[in-house]
Design a protein around this ligand. Structure first.
Ligand SMILES: [Zn+2]
Length: 248
């Protein structure tokens, strides 16, 4: 038995023992290229019952059973379109947080936008329409991809509200926002939550930890765990063996 399998075997029995604790782990991924995407999809297929639609953020902690995992993808990279199709064929809804000003741009613009050469380009508005039509959620990741903490309040509010407006105008709907870089050093979370609330959107961070109704009500933003997709199997095994009650 390999390390991941051993992890999983322990994790499953521990998970069953804690079967009433619930909670939701939200994974934060970026590019989904080649074999990394294959690996992600095969792990989702293998543990399909433990993955939940992103819409589960609305019912946190209400359901019973072991902790669940939802998937999110930041930055709008082109390879995410293929993964959106493959997750759809597994009947799983994910959330794609995209910086609206870069959608549909070419590679040099993408490299300049993120401040360094990227492995691939980004999706187009047509791609995002397809992602939406597959039943996934498309959320905002600001207009640009700058730390909100470096901006004035007026600029920060504009980054959030105008990007949501653009997504709604083009895709008909968008009720989610994740701030770039995700940590509490990169944004004033209370202000982000306030601006999102004013814009009828739910804020998400990159602060690690399980989501429960109690925690979301007190913090106001979703927590997400950034994952290196090259180690997706090990990480999923670890999440399957932990849950909210034991990892606060
Ligand atoms: Zn990002």
């Amino acid at each position: 038995m390999g390390r991941a399998a051993a992890h999983r075997a322990r994790g499953d029995s521990a998970g069953l023992a804690q079967a009433t604790t619930g909670g939701l782990a939200i994974l934060l991924l970026h590019n989904t290229l080649g074999r990394d995407a294959d690996s992600l999809v095969s792990h989702v297929a293998k543990h399909r019952e433990r993955f939940t639609d992103f819409d589960a953020v609305e019912t946190l902690g209400i359901g019973r059973g072991p902790a669940q995992i939802a998937l999110t993808f930041d930055d709008g990279f082109r390879s995410n379109l293929q993964v959106a199709r493959r997750l759809h064929s597994l009947g799983l809804q994910a959330c794609f947080y995209v910086p609206t000003d870069i959608i549909g741009s070419d590679q040099p613009e993408v490299d300049a936008f993120f401040g360094r050469p990227q492995q691939e380009g980004v999706m187009t508005w047509d791609d995002l329409e397809e992602v939406r039509s597959l039943g996934h959620v498309v959320g905002s990741h600001c207009r640009q991809h700058r730390p909100l903490i470096d901006l004035s309040d007026a600029e920060g509010e504009d980054q959030i509200k105008r990007s949501l407006e653009e997504l709604r105008r083009r895709l008909g709907q968008s009720e989610h926002f994740a701030w770039p870089f995700g940590s509490l050093r990169h944004a004033d979370a209370a202000k982000v939550v306030q601006w999102c609330t004013e814009a009828d959107a739910r804020a998400a961070s990159g602060v690690r930890g399980f989501n429960t109704r109690e925690r979301l009500d007190s913090e106001g933003y979703l927590r997400r765990d950034a994952i290196d997709i090259r180690w997706i199997g090990v990480d999923i095994a670890a999440f399957l063996g932990r849950d909210a009650a034991r990892s606060r």
